[in-house]
Design a protein around this ligand. Structure first.
Ligand code: ZN
Length: 280
């Protein structure tokens, strides 16, 4: 492991964001520009105004699956419910979906939507899979960072693999190979400025899953997800449960289960919103 780390650090230092993607360099530096507008026009600078909700996969990319359920459909149902809950309680918060139907959206475009709309928070919802055992269950919330276990790396590689289905992915991602562990590790250095806020929100989500939805929480983890790499705001990717576990699949397919999961995420959102808005 030491050899790997020593080999990677120089790579991270040498690799500028625009070397991996020309688009990232063109993204506005959100923090500074937003602060300028806010101080000029608003006296509540820390207000959470815009949230981007991302239902993983869609269209030709079904994601993982259980006996009956397709991940893309569960993700969409959960994200739409979460969006409705936020809109109902907070009419002043702008809720933007990366997709609101069964539609294919490139991974880089999902983060770009959040950047263009100067979102204050990015939430990506997914379902997990364990190829080795139908017993594995529980929730996990990821932030962008260096994975600590092979399993976390495997989750990111599975979620990143969809870029192979995108047109021009070699140009878009500059030859990024989602099957290469090294390439995934290199992503981990981005999102650095938002790491603390992302982890804070992720911890609230996992706590809320335990307390409000009686889920088994596997905790907050880090790995190199392309969908988070493009976003220039606090961002999380939620694995809401394992479709390869029949009990969890049934829970995630049910109206009651979907309501419990989306309510638990909403409660974490509310807590996070109140916390940042109280910090003047
Ligand atoms: Zn997924």
């Amino acid at each position: 492991m030491t050899t790997v780390v020593l080999f990677i650090i120089p790579l991270l230092a040498l690799t500028r964001p625009d070397a991996l993607s020309p688009e990232l360099a063109q993204d506005p530096v959100r923090q500074s520009s937003v602060q300028e507008t806010e101080t000029a026009s608003d006296d509540t600078p820390n207000q959470l105004r815009t949230v981007v909700l991302d239902a993983g996969h869609g269209g030709k990319d079904p994601g993982t699956h259980g006996r009956y359920a397709k991940e893309k459909a569960i993700n969409l149902a959960l994200i739409l419910q979460l969006g409705r809950k936020i809109k109902n309680k907070h009419p002043n918060v702008r809720v933007i979906y990366t997709r609101s139907s069964d539609q294919f959206v490139d991974l880089y475009e999902r983060g770009a939507i959040a950047n263009r709309n100067r979102a204050d928070l990015f939430i990506s919802i997914h379902c997990n899979a364990s190829p080795s055992s139908s017993q594995v269950n529980g929730t996990e919330t990821y932030t962008l960072g260096l994975h600590k276990t092979q399993r976390n790396l495997d989750v990111a590689r599975r979620e990143n693999a969809v870029i192979l289905q995108e047109k021009n992915y070699q140009q878009t991602y500059k030859g990024f190979d989602p099957n290469s562990p090294l390439a995934t590790i290199m992503l981990a250095n981005y999102q650095h400025a938002f790491m603390g806020s992302s982890i804070n929100f992720a911890e609230k989500i996992e706590r809320s899953f335990r307390h409000n939805a009686e889920r088994k929480s596997n905790g907050v983890k880090q790995a190199g997800f392309i969908v988070l790499w493009k976003a220039t705001m606090p961002s999380v990717l939620i694995e809401t449960g394992y479709l390869t576990n029949p009990t969890e699949e049934d829970f995630l397919r049910s109206d009651e289960g979907q309501d419990e999961i989306s309510t638990a995420i909403y409660k974490a959102f509310l807590q996070y919103k109140q916390e940042i808005e109280a910090n003047e």
